[in-house]
Design a protein around this ligand. Structure first.
Ligand code: MN
Length: 227
């Protein structure tokens, strides 16, 4: 294959304990998937899961400097369990969904909350609020052989050492198999897909100079510095 200019590099994520990296195909995200976070965003009823996407090249590694994005005055952190797929398909059953999981990671769904709120008010897409440069920091992926399929684990985020988010992945409204099953009814899932599964309560604004350090016990950690 030859191209009219150099093809962009394949985005990828470190795999804990391995030299080979995880090549990223797509980045899917689940909205409002912890009840306490849904409440803090002004919603109360359980509703079917809904999704948005980020570009694969929005993935940046732990240890990165995160450039405060333009056109916002309200940049929020959302600490999330990330599911990494090794295979996929369409209309995957809940019972068979975990067979497609390569591993799990700790990630951040960085959000220009003011732009997202404007989009919600006007019935417009969320892209400018969610899909900017570096908007999907992702820590090293821990393979299933080492991590298992965690159903309960503390998920936390500190800003400058102060706890802002502290939840448990057991409180996901739609759990990992259900999310994979729903998503595969809308999209053809593939090896290399990452799924950000939603954030617990405690989202808040960050500023240049802030250090964000989060983790999911037994899975991994993520740390970025906003510049
Ligand atoms: Mn999120």
């Amino acid at each position: 294959m030859s191209y009219v200019f150099a093809a962009p590099a394949t985005p990828s994520v470190e795999v804990a304990g391995r030299a080979d990296r995880f090549p990223v195909h797509r980045v899917y995200c689940v909205g409002r998937n912890y009840a306490a976070h849904a409440r803090e965003m002004g919603h109360s009823d359980r509703e079917p899961p809904f999704f948005f996407l980020k570009p694969a090249d929005a993935v940046i590694p732990s240890g990165s400097e995160f450039a405060y994005p333009p056109k916002t005055k309200d940049l929020h952190h959302e600490m999330e369990l990330v599911v990494a797929l090794k295979s996929g398909g369409t209309d995957i059953s809940v019972d068979g969904a975990l067979e497609h999981v390569f591993g799990y990671a700790a990630g951040l769904d960085m959000t220009r909350r003011d732009l997202q709120s404007q989009a919600k008010e006007k019935g417009r897409p969320w892209d400018v609020g969610k899909s900017f440069e570096g908007a999907a920091p992702c820590g090293a992926i821990k393979p299933v052989e080492d991590a298992g399929h965690p159903e309960s684990a503390s998920i936390w985020l500190k800003v400058n050492g102060e706890v802002r988010q502290n939840g448990d992945i057991a409180d996901l409204i739609w759990n990992v198999p259900e999310v994979i099953s729903h998503l595969s009814g809308l999209f053809t899932l593939r090896a290399g897909d990452l799924i950000y599964t939603g954030t617990p309560a405690g989202v808040s604004a960050v500023q240049p100079g802030d250090d964000l350090h989060g983790g999911i016990d037994g899975i991994g950690e993520i740390e970025i510095r906003v510049v």
